[in-house]
Design a protein around this ligand. Structure first.
Ligand code: PLP
Length: 411
């Protein structure tokens, strides 16, 4: 649709672009659904044409590690949804983060990262990049003065990196504020938008330079693939595609997975609405139960950054973090008592998933780091799925009631 009516592009809603952008059935034998190009390499019309393609003097496809038409459509749609000029689809969220960092950083450069990140992202920065001579500094991005000081202390500062809402405790970072501080310090700002998706917020429109995604989560939406993406200006994306490192790391997304993510995108807006609506109800249920000592959900008035969440996000999303009276032991007992909610890491699937970050997704932080960074060992993270919300609430309530009764007997 956009292809045929490019002038209307900017006016079209998110769902419309997620369903139609960049594809014209007339160009593919009338096929309503875009084809999957399962090919590893491409035939050159002539030997000279092949050389021209390699020199960048002719547009077209060369080899599957660098570009594929199914990926190209996914990239066009993600760029449109995030409000970027271009996107690069890669094999996983970690592939997106590592390809971006290997491209933008050299030995001697500095990066400043927020202190609460997905466990493997934290490990990639603090244990991975440091081995190659990159200086990795930590700061609390919710404290603009401390962040400004941390940025000013670096003389080869290249970029700042953060998640909002952050994994696992849903802390929110003011994207406009941090991006403007980074810009004044001559650095790029890079935001992991996995938890919010382009449906709930668009960091590029708030001043960020690049957005990264684990498409494994909400974008794919069905727990059946791994994928990732980076979105931003054409210049940065082409740098990451070319110099970089999708070609050189081999973190290429398979055409089949690109197709599945394209399919997921078609329902992203309706799924995010349902995830958010159900999560709000479940967060309220948790907040009213005597066993629950603490609930963190951006849609609750008790959320410490409620105003910022209202301003920055269109809806509060599908993730909830909470703690039980009785700490880790009660948390484990609660998880084991659940019958419908599945004990699993990952998020953004149709199934509701629960996990214990300290021993699972954030076990890459040492106990001391978790303590210093404010990731409680008692925290549980719930990714609210698409099941009937009454069924979910009944399952969660019965597990809470059971652990509460056992605890009272023991006390
Ligand atoms: N970013 C966030 C916020 C995540 O939660 C994850 C995975 O859980 C990743 C990145 C990494 O993505 P992937 O598992 O697709 O490599």
């Amino acid at each position: 649709m956009d292809k045929r009516q490019p002038s209307r592009n900017a006016e079209l809603g998110l769902s419309t672009r997620a369903i139609h952008h960049g594809y014209d059935p007339a160009e593919e034998h009338g096929a309503l659904t875009p084809p999957i190009f399962m090919t590893s390499t491409y035939a050159f019309e002539t030997a000279e044409a092949g050389s021209e393609l390699f020199r960048g003097e002719r547009a077209g496809y060369i080899y599957g590690r660098t570009r594929n038409p199914t990926q190209a459509l996914l990239e066009a749609r993600l760029a449109s949804l995030e409000g970027g000029e271009a996107a690069l689809a890669v094999a996983s969220g970690m592939g997106a983060i590592s390809a971006t960092m290997w491209t933008l950083l050299s030995a001697g450069d500095s990066v400043v990262i927020d202190r609460i990140l997905y466990g493997n992202t934290f490990a990639f920065f603090t244990k991975g990049l440091t081995r190659f001579g990159v200086n990795v500094r930590l700061a609390d991005f919710t404290d603009p003065d401390a962040l400004a000081q941390a940025l000013a202390a670096e003389d080869r500062l290249k970029l700042v990196y953060f998640e909002t809402p952050a994994n696992p405790n849903l802390r929110i970072i003011d994207v406009a504020r941090v991006s403007s501080l980074a810009k004044s310090a001559g650095a790029l700002s890079i935001v992991d938008n996995t938890f919010a998706t382009p449906i709930l917020q668009n960091p590029l429109k708030l001043g960020a330079d690049l957005v990264v995604h684990s498409a494994t989560k909400y974008l794919g939406g069905h727990g059946d693939l791994l994928g990732g993406a980076v979105v931003g200006s054409s210049a940065l994306i082409e740098q990451i595609r070319g110099t970089g490192l999708r070609a050189l790391t081999g973190a290429t997304l398979s055409p089949l997975n690109a197709f599945l993510i394209l399919r997921g995108l078609k329902t992203l807006e309706v799924r995010m609405e349902r995830h958010s609506r159900s999560a709000q109800q479940i967060a309220e249920l948790l907040g009213s139960h005597p066993l629950v000592s603490h609930v963190t959900y951006p849609g609750l008035k008790s959320f410490p950054q409620y105003e910022l969440a209202q301003r920055q996000m269109r809806q509060p999303g599908g993730l909830i973090a909470f703690e039980l009276e009785g700490g880790v032991e009660a948390g484990m007992a609660f998880m084991n008592r659940l019958e419908l909610v599945v004990r699993a890491v990952s998020l953004g699937d149709a199934e509701t998933l629960v996990q214990h970050p300290a021993s699972m997704t954030h076990a890459t932080y040492s106990a001391d780091e978790r303590k210093r960074h404010g990731i409680s060992d008692s925290l549980l993270r719930l990714s609210v799925g698409l099941e009937n919300v009454e069924d979910l609430m009944a399952d969660i309530a019965q597990a809470l009631d059971h652990v509460h009764a056992s605890k009272r007997q023991a006390d």
